[in-house]
Design a protein around this ligand. Structure first.
Ligand code: PMV
Length: 315
């Protein structure tokens, strides 16, 4: 069998995290500069070997734990293909995407494995973006409980997506960014579990349903307005909407002192807008900058204690 290789991008949520779980629209974009890659080679050793040095995984498929995302992805493809046995092979996964920081590392690794394996097994006819997204979602559920589905969608389609969670089918529209957006992505260095933040928000919503419904409505309206601003290339408006979205995320209790600090510092140094991205309480924040303000905002974020700052991110 021929060796195969596939990769998938990281992602950022530009607008609407958390509210998206409650059926409000959200916008996510792929982060093509940082990627997860899966390489599959035939092997003389028996069985399927999983090798992911960045994740500390080096195991046989049979011995892999029930929670091993790569093993679950492999079994998803095997089931979808209706295969009783898999050929002997080694699956090697590498990733440039920081783990547990809201940049979609888990979904991206899964999507890369699913694509590479499907091609390796001669199932290329099955491989549509929709199919990769659906299988990736099944794996995401094991780790995240009931994810909205936005992460798997954006990494599988690798296009900007406007996403509304819906039963039985999500509403997904890919769309164009009229004028490229320049972002800085700063890591608070605080790792945070999206699953537990999502659970907390649910508790708050149950306690104060009216207040939280109205916060979610506000996020939904911002996402709708943001899509129009992105499609018409109105950067100032996009920035303003990001900062308004951040205020609602603070009300939702999902920001943190570190995130608030980095957002404030970015705005003070001239960013057009700034907000946390993803689950919150840690992880990354994003700042919308221009070519002229990028350097000043980058320096301000670095001096303010950001663990790392990704620059030259153009989406
Ligand atoms: O932490 P991330 O980047 O995986 O983002 C989670 C986004 C949430 O809206 C908080 C949860 C979800 O499933 O959509």
């Amino acid at each position: 069998m021929l060796d195969t290789k596939a990769s998938a991008p990281g992602k950022i949520i530009l607008f609407g995290e958390h509210a998206v779980v409650y059926g409000r629209p959200a916008i996510a974009v792929p982060l093509s500069q940082v990627r997860a890659t899966a390489v599959i080679k035939s092997s003389h050793n028996k069985g399927v070997q999983l090798h992911a040095p960045d994740l500390g995984i080096d195991t046989g498929l049979k011995e892999a734990g029930a929670e091993d995302a790569i093993a679950i992805a492999v079994r998803q493809v095997q089931d979808a293909a209706g295969l009783d046995h898999l050929p002997h092979m080694t699956i090697t996964v590498t990733s440039e995407i920081p783990i547990a920081s809201g940049l979609g590392s888990g979904a991206s690794i899964t999507a890369a494995v699913i694509r590479a394996l499907a091609v390796y097994l001669d199932l290329a006819h099955l491989v549509t973006d929709e199919w990769v997204s659906r299988l990736t979602y099944e794996v995401e559920k094991v780790h995240h409980g009931t994810p909205s589905g936005i992460d798997n969608t954006v990494v599988a389609y690798e296009r900007p997506v406007y996403f509304v969670r819906h039963h039985p089918l999500n509403h997904i529209e890919t769309f164009e960014i009229a004028e490229p957006l320049r972002l800085l992505i700063a890591d608070t260095g605080v790792s945070s579990s999206t699953k537990s933040v999502v659970t907390d928000v649910r508790r708050c919503w149950q306690k104060e349903p009216e207040r939280f419904e109205s916060i979610f409505d506000g996020c939904g309206e911002i996402a709708v307005a943001a899509r129009a601003a992105i499609e018409s290339g109105n950067r100032r408006e996009i920035g303003r909407l990001m900062t308004r979205n951040q205020a609602l995320l603070v009300e939702m209790t999902v920001s943190s002192s570190e995130l608030n600090h980095l957002v404030g510092v970015s705005l003070g140094a001239g960013a057009l807008g700034a907000k946390l991205s993803g689950g919150g309480r840690g992880g990354n924040m994003i700042a919308l900058v221009t070519r002229e303000t990028e350097e000043a905002v980058y320096n301000a974020l670095s001096q303010a204690g950001a663990r790392s700052v990704l620059r030259n991110v153009i989406i």
